[in-house]
Design a protein around this ligand. Structure first.
Ligand SMILES: CCCCCCCC/C=C\CCC/C=C/C(=O)SCCNC(=O)CCNC(=O)[C@H](O)C(C)(C)COP(=O)(O)OP(=O)(O)OC[C@H]1O[C@@H](n2cnc3c(N)ncnc32)[C@H](O)[C@@H]1OP(=O)(O)O
Ligand SMILES: Cc1cc2nc3c(=O)[nH]c(=O)nc-3n(C[C@H](O)[C@H](O)[C@H](O)COP(=O)(O)OP(=O)(O)OC[C@H]3O[C@@H](n4cnc5c(N)ncnc54)[C@H](O)[C@@H]3O)c2cc1C
Length: 649
């Protein structure tokens, strides 16, 4: 590539492995890389030019996103992109670190319809939804309740006289609040409401509800609807509110795959599937983990590491060139564990998607045995990885000094999009407690001799009482360390005598320990499967660093019961720091392997060519505030101060 910053060029000439081979590994094979690049070329043709998001108002961002949505849908149709991965590749270049106003249509509305609707209901609504004559959202959260689903207040009362459900918002706190695309975009929603029939409350059930006229898009009578206003981020999504005033829908519009209300109002439960109406949340939580890597951790560390290779600052040796800040050990300690985390979360996300589809297929065949474990694992990993991603993106920003604070860095847009995942789809603390609840039950089962499988099989294993960590730092010995910690937390966190709340801080840590063990195990198995020696070595170093950084940061957990001795902990710290210099040589190549386009990263600091300063200056000059040279506000507000005499003339 012409005119690449010389420092970056040197980094790329000095690596020890094939970037292309690592990209193929991250994609899941060369054929996937080739296909992805093909789709991305199509997307760049359509979306690489356009107004700078940073210089738009919120309303402009929403309108621009609607326009891009229409173009993206047209592109997918024109190019025959139907596979979820292919649509995702195009979509993420159309909406870099944004989301379309119709995001919930595909992410939650359609999956809920196809999984909770009867065959007739799917046949009726799916064709319309696939043609976008229906654009739907998923309306569950209310102003007064998001976490505690059983506390939701919206009611759906069956009227056998008219064979209709009456949807009603009985209180101010019962207004549906937050659903994405609800404010101005969607004309339908799947509304989660308390089902009342024959005077009895049967709990939360899903209802297909038309919100707006097909002809005019006006809200239907009995519906008050709108946008909830500016948020921390996600400006392009009109998260909205809706208030129902005795709004009637036909009986046939309760999604009745798992439970039915007959014409006479009789309630029939036709499934042993526990929490069947909670299913779509498991889907999104399971899919989120990969998204947090690819949309959060990986772009953030790409920006910070590339910038750290071109940024020269301060003086290490008299009369020498100012060093690349990437050569400071402190900068490496800030960034390389994050690079390792990006790989760890990506590999875990790939694994989580595989498990989800396995269990989902089993459930469709009526086998629900693995659902509790899937719910627990997806809840815990969603919480751990979204918290990790939030923390890491902020640390990457801080590592880039003043320019890291500029919108030109790309960090603000990445951060506000990713950090929302700590809250939506289940607030993280609550998700960790859900995971812990499952772990306690399975640990108690294991203590009674039950043989466990899957991600909790270790709870019925015998665990070492002393670490086998040596100066070799084998990945197996590191996995064993996390296995021991997780086991110990489950054992001590499960005292049935203690009240749940008094134990809940420890329980959240037990859930995190379980998820960390899972992530290190997945990372180790990926490394073991790598065939190319050079790639295996460098990815193995990242796995070691991911584990050692976590051991060092949580040293107390590992030395408290003597599992890791003080001498071994000294070895851990030594190895962690020596890995920083081992990884230094390949750092830029390890982020190049993510194979991001500059248009996706959206960062002047993280450009592939490393030409930061010239492009930063051009970007600043293009800011609307710089035109005209003297703003009208000068005349009104500054001149009276600066030139009081002149302003009186
Ligand atoms: C797909 C691509 C993703 C990419 C994304 C890109 C960008 C995205 C941009 C925007 C998207 C944002 C969209 C956001 C949408 C939302 O936020 S939708 C609303 C989400 N809300 C929640 O998650 C609510 C969280 N609360 C709960 O889930 C529940 O209240 C609860 C905490 C689980 C408690 O429920 P409840 O009180 O009913 O249950 P308990 O009585 O405590 O019993 C718990 C038992 O139930 C089992 N359980 C719980 N949940 C589930 C489940 N989902 N599936 C299966 N089983 C479940 C649990 O294991 C307990 O079982 P036990 O009794 O045997 O122990
Ligand atoms: C960007 C964004 C998009 C969203 N999109 C949608 C959508 O499309 N559809 C939809 O239905 N919803 C959506 N939501 C809402 C989201 O699902 C809820 O905000 C989320 O479930 C958290 O619930 P809450 O807001 O009631 O928080 P709360 O539960 O009130 O959390 C507040 C605090 O209370 C604590 N807390 C609550 N319960 C417990 C407990 N049992 N134990 C310990 N601590 C507890 C929490 O840990 C947290 O610290 C969205 C939210 C955001 C931010």
């Amino acid at each position: 590539m012409a005119n690449v910053n010389p420092d970056l060029r040197k980094e790329r000439e000095n690596g020890t492995f094939s970037v292309e081979k690592l990209t193929n590994l991250l994609d899941g094979g060369k054929h996937v890389t080739d296909r992805r690049r093909h789709v991305e070329r199509l997307a760049l043709n359509e979306f690489s030019k356009g107004e700078d998001y940073n210089f738009m108002s919120r309303k402009e961002r929403y309108i621009s996103a609607l326009h891009k949505t229409e173009r993206a849908l047209r592109c997918c149709k024109e190019y025959g992109l139907t596979k979820p991965d292919e649509v995702y590749w195009l979509w993420q270049l159309a909406f870099p670190h944004e989301a379309s106003p119709i995001q919930l249509h595909g992410d939650m509305f359609l999956p809920t319809l196809t999984r909770q609707g009867t065959e007739e209901q799917v046949n009726k609504y799916l064709p319309l939804a696939e043609k976008y004559q229906i654009i739907g959202t998923y309306a569950q959260t209310e102003m007064g309740h998001g976490t505690f689903i059983r506390g939701l207040e919206t009611t759906a009362t069956y009227d056998p006289q008219t064979e209709e459900f009456i949807l009603h918002s009985p209180t101010l706190t019962s207004l549906k609040w937050w659903p994405g695309g609800l404010g101005k975009t969607s004309n339908y929603a799947i509304v989660m409401a308390l089902l009342y029939t024959n005077g009895k409350n049967y709990g939360m059930h899903p209802f297909m509800v038309q919100l707006r006229s097909h002809e005019t898009h006006e809200p239907l009578p009995g519906i008050t609807i709108g946008d909830i206003g500016p948020k921390f981020g996600f400006d392009t999504i009109d998260n909205g509110f809706v208030q129902f005033d005795h709004f009637r829908i036909p009986r046939e519009d309760m999604l009745m795959k798992y439970s039915q209300v007959l014409k006479d109002g009789t309630y029939v439960k036709s499934t042993k599937l526990k929490k069947s109406s909670y299913g779509v949340m498991v889907l999104v939580r399971s899919m989120l983990i990969y998204y947090l890597a690819i949309q959060g951790l990986a772009p953030a560390c790409t920006i910070a590491i590339r910038y750290s290779a071109v940024r020269r600052q301060s003086e290490q040796t008299k009369s020498q060139l100012e060093p690349q800040i990437l050569d400071y050990q402190t900068q490496q300690y800030k960034l390389f564990p994050i690079l390792a985390s990006a790989y760890a979360v990506l590999f875990t996300g790939v694994k989580m998607k595989e498990i989800y589809y396995e269990v989902d297929n089993e459930i469709q065949q009526g086998h629900t045995e693995r659902l509790p474990e899937l719910h627990a694992l997806s809840s815990g990993l969603k919480a751990l990885t979204s918290s990790m991603a939030s923390w890491c993106i902020e640390r990457c920003r801080l590592a880039c000094g003043g320019h890291g604070y500029s919108a030109a860095s790309g960090f603000p847009k990445i951060y506000v999009a990713v950090t929302a995942a700590c809250t939506y789809e289940g607030e993280n603390t609550v998700m960790l407690l859900q995971c812990a609840r499952y772990l306690i039950k399975t640990y108690q089962g294991a203590s009674n001799g039950k043989k466990l499988s899957g991600s909790v099989s270790y709870l019925s294993d015998k665990v070492n009482s002393r670490s086998t960590i040596t100066s070799e730092f084998s990945l197996k010995s590191l996995v064993d360390a996390f296995k021991h910690r997780a086991f110990r937390f489950q054992a001590c966190g499960s005292d049935p005598e203690d009240s749940w709340n008094r134990n809940s801080v420890v329980l959240t840590k037990a859930a995190e320990a379980h998820c960390y063990y899972y992530m290190v195990s997945v990372f180790e198995s990926v490394v073991e499967a790598v065939e190319d020696d050079a790639v295996k070595r460098v990815v193995g170093q990242l796995c070691q660093l991911f584990a050692l950084f976590a051991i060092h940061e949580n040293a107390g957990d590992f030395v408290q019961d003597g599992f890791i001795s003080n001498d071994q902990m000294e070895l851990v710290k030594w190895k962690e720091l020596s890995l920083l210099s081992d990884i230094r040589r390949n750092a830029v190549l390890l982020v190049d392997a993510f194979d991001f386009h500059d248009e996706f990263i959206g960062s002047i600091l993280g450009r592939f060519d490393g030409n930061v300063y010239a492009n930063l200056f051009e970007w600043a000059k293009s800011s609307p505030l710089n035109k005209p040279e003297v703003q009208e506000s000068y005349i009104k507000y500054l001149q009276p101060l600066l030139n009081p005499n002149k302003s009186k003339l």
